[in-house]
Structure formats: C-alpha cells, structure tokens
Design a protein around this ligand. Structure first.
Ligand SMILES: Nc1nc2c(c(=O)[nH]1)N[C@H]1C(S)=C(S)[C@@H](COP(=O)(O)O)O[C@H]1N2
Ligand SMILES: [Mo]
Length: 201
C-alpha cells in the first residue's frame, strides 16, 4: 500500500518523499467529519481566544476578514490514507493571529475549538509553524461548507484531523489534553511521516 502509493506518485512525477508512508495520492477532496455540517449564521459567529492569555479576545467574522490575507500551497495527509498535494488556501496565517494575542509563557498547548463542541489538541510550537493558517478560501473559491466554511484551521505537517473545520476559537493550556478524535483512539500528536495514526503508534 505505502509502496504502491509512493511508486505511483513517483511515476506521476511527484517526489515520493512528499508522500508519507501508507498514504496514496488523490486528486479528489474527500469530506470527513463527525456529525453534520453545521449551519453557520455569520451575524452570530465569533472567534474566541481564552485560557492562558493576558486578555481574552472575541473577534467577529469581519474582524478576521479585515486581517492581512495570506496564500499557501500545502500538501495535506488524512489518517484515512489519502494525501492531496499542492492544495491552495487563502486566509489569515496563525502567525498573524498570534501577533494579536498575548499568550502566557506557561502555555504549552492549544485546544482548537469548533462548532458542535469539536476540539483538537496541538502543541504550541506546532501550532505556530509558518505555513499554518485559518483559511476561508480554497482553490480560488470560498471554502465549501462541508470543508469548513466560514473558517478552518490548516496544519499540514500533522494528520488532517488536526485541521479543524468550522473553527470558533482557541484555548491555551499549560498541559496536553486529548481533543475529539484523540479521545476516540487517534494519536495525541499525529505526525504522518512517523505514521502516528492511533494510540500506541
Ligand atoms: N469541526 C471538525 N473538524 C474536523 C473534523 C470534524 O469531525 N469536525 N474531522 C477532521 C478530519 S478526521 C479530517 S480527515 C478533516 C477532513 O477535512 P475535509 O472534509 O475538508 O477533507 O477534517 C478534520 N476537521
Ligand atoms: Mo481524518
């Protein structure tokens, strides 16, 4: 499986080193999530930053859209074994968001929070990678509702379940704690190149 995936990628002229072990490359964009696609009312939408921060922050959707926009071309890797190369996202970089938040030095992790109580845990140094962004556009168009509109996080160096759709906020913590999929058997960290899919991997 992993060899085939990498071999096919190689034949297609893609550097096989970009395809993590056990993954195959797809052109499609599968939709995966727990529950149903939430109906989001932008007039009631907010983005809250809480936990270990000097001041809690509440942004409206307009506030987020008024922040400088960035574009990133990224490879994404889903734990269900598909990899999609060169995906194009537009939105606000995590660096930009972090420049507007005063996080306490004791913070080590962030619990990303979404509609319907969905969460994902990410260590702070991973959350602040340069390529990470909160995206509202994909492939030159507004993000589709099933892919996380109005806002989703993209953290490409970890399995895609960490890339929280319908994101609504951040909680900074001084310890790690499992999010939704992590409580349900997925790995606490989730590095695709080390095949950290499930507990014990
Ligand atoms: N809010 C929310 N975000 C989520 C999930 C979810 O269940 N709820 N599932 C994750 C998983 S397991 C994957 S693989 C990706 C899938 O994103 P896609 O549907 O855009 O491909 O979203 C992630 N983000
Ligand atoms: Mo996933």
């Amino acid at each position: 499986m992993s060899l085939l995936g990498r071999k096919k990628a190689d034949l297609a002229g893609v550097d096989p080193a970009r395809v993590p072990p056990g993954q195959y490359v797809t052109e499609r964009f599968p939709v995966l999530h727990a529950g149903v696609v939430p109906r989001v009312d932008l007039s009631k939408w907010d983005f809250r930053v809480e936990g270990l921060v000097a001041t809690r922050v509440v942004w409206s959707y307009e506030d987020v859209k008024s922040m400088p926009m960035t574009e990133k071309i990224l490879d994404i890797h889903c734990v269900t074994k598909w990899t999609k190369l060169d995906t194009r996202w537009e939105g606000v970089s995590v660096k930009e968001i972090m420049s507007r938040v005063e996080v306490d030095p004791s913070a080590t992790h962030v619990l990303v929070q979404a509609e319907q109580g969905f969460t994902a845990n990410i260590p702070l140094p991973d959350f602040t990678h340069d390529e990470n962004l909160f995206a509202y556009r994909f492939g030159g168009e507004d993000l589709a509702p099933e892919h996380g509109w109005p806002l989703r996080l993209v953290v490409p160096h970890l399995y895609f379940w960490k890339s929280v759709k319908w994101v609504r906020g951040l909680r900074f913590l001084d310890h790690d704690t499992p999010g939704f999929w992590e409580r349900n058997g997925y790995h606490m960290y989730g590095d695709p190149f080390r095949e950290q899919r499930y507990w014990g991997d």
